[in-house]
Design a protein around this ligand. Structure first.
Ligand code: G
Ligand code: G
Ligand code: MN
Ligand code: NA
Length: 254
C-alpha cells in the first residue's frame, strides 16, 4: 500500500525513467532497434525493477498514466535519436492490456506522435498475447487504426497465453516475440525446442518475423540461427541501458 501511494507520485515527481535493450539482426550483426523498459528511481529504495511495480500499477489502474508517460518518453527519445542521425532504429514499447482495452488508445498514441514528432514507422507497440486473446471487432478496429497511423505491432510473451492460435492470422501483426522462458533451456530442452520451432514455422506461414528474447548463451544463439531465427534480444548482446549508454553502444558498433 505504501508502494502504491508512492507510485502515484512517481510520474509527477519524475521518478520514472526508461532503459533500452538492443535488438540485433545476428545475420548482419547490426542492431535493428531496442525495447524500452521502464524503471522507477525511488528516492529511498533506489532503482525498483518493473516486476515489483508493474503488477501494482496494473491492479490499481495506474498503468494507464504510467503507460502514457512511457509512450511519450519513448517517442520523444526516438525523435531525438532521429535528429541525431540514428534513423533506422525501431523503438519497441510495451503496452499493458488495460491501456489497449481503452477505446481512446489510438487517439492517445496519435496525439503523442504529433506532440513528439516521432517517426511512426520506427515505433513498434508490443502487446501481450493475453491482451489479444479472442479479439472482438472493436479490438481489431483499434489495431487497424494504429497500423493506419504508420506504427507496427508485435505480439509479446508469445507462447505463454495458452490461447487458440487461429486468431493470430486475423491480427495485423508484423512480429512475434518468443518469450524468454522458452529460450532459457535451449538447446537441451526438447519441449522448449519444439515450441520454438513451432512458433517459427507459424510466424513464417503468417508472414511475420520473430524476435527471440532472453538470449544469453552462444549455444542458444546457434540453435536459433540454425532454424532461421536471426532477430534476438538478450544479455548475450547487451543488458537494458540508459539512453546515453545505448547511444554510445550503438555508435561503438558502427
Ligand atoms: O526490464 P524487466 O526485465 O525487469 O521487465 C520486467 C517486466 O516488466 C517485463 O515483463 C516487461 O514487459 C515489463 N515492462 C517493462 N517496461 C514496461 C512498460 O513500460 N510497460 C509495461 N506495461 N510493462 C513493462
Ligand atoms: O516485455 P518483456 O516481458 O519481454 O520484458 C523483457 C524482460 O526481459 C526485461 O525485464 C529484460 O530486462 C529481461 N531480459 C532481457 N534480456 C534478458 C536475458 O538475456 N535474460 C534474462 N533472464 N532476462 C532478460
Ligand atoms: Mn516486451
Ligand atoms: Na516478452
Amino acid at each position: 500500500l505504501k508502494l502504491e501511494s508512492a507510485l502515484r507520485r512517481a510520474v509527477a515527481e519524475r521518478q520514472l525513467l526508461l532503459h533500452y535493450q538492443p535488438q540485433i539482426d545476428t545475420r548482419s550483426g547490426r542492431p535493428i532497434g531496442c525495447e524500452a523498459l521502464v524503471r522507477w528511481q525511488h528516492p529511498e529504495r533506489g532503482l525498483v525493477p518493473p516486476a515489483q511495480f508493474i503488477p501494482i500499477a496494473e491492479d490499481s489502474g495506474m498503468i494507464v498514466p504510467i503507460g502514457e508517460w512511457v509512450l511519450r518518453e519513448a517517442c520523444r527519445q526516438q525523435a531525438e535519436w532521429n535528429a541525431a542521425g540514428l534513423r533506422d532504429l525501431t523503438v519497441a514499447i510495451n503496452i499493458s492490456a488495460l491501456q489497449f482495452q481503452r477505446a481512446d488508445f489510438p487517439d492517445v498514441v496519435a496525439r503523442i506522435l504529433d506532440e513528439t514528432g516521432a517517426d511512426p514507422s520506427m515505433i513498434e507497440l508490443e502487446i501481450t498475447e493475453s491482451a489479444l486473446m479472442n479479439p472482438g471487432s472493436e479490438q481489431l478496429e483499434r489495431l487497424n487504426r494504429l497500423i493506419e497511423r504508420g506504427l507496427t505491432l508485435a505480439l509479446d510473451d508469445f507462447g505463454t497465453g495458452y490461447s487458440c492460435l487461429a486468431y493470430l492470422k486475423r491480427l495485423p501483426l508484423s512480429r512475434i516475440k518468443i518469450d524468454r522462458s522458452f529460450v532459457a533451456d535451449l538447446p537441451g530442452d526438447t519441449e522448449d525446442a519444439a515450441v520454438v520451432a513451432a512458433a517459427l514455422s507459424l510466424a513464417r506461414d503468417l508472414g511475420m518475423d520473430v524476435v527471440a528474447e532472453g538470449v544469453e548463451t552462444p549455444g542458444q544463439r546457434a540453435f536459433l540461427v540454425e532454424r532461421n531465427c536471426t532477430l534476438m534480444q538478450g544479455y548475450l548482446f547487451s543488458r537494458p541501458l540508459d539512453a546515453g549508454s545505448f547511444e554510445a553502444w550503438i555508435r561503438g558498433l558502427g
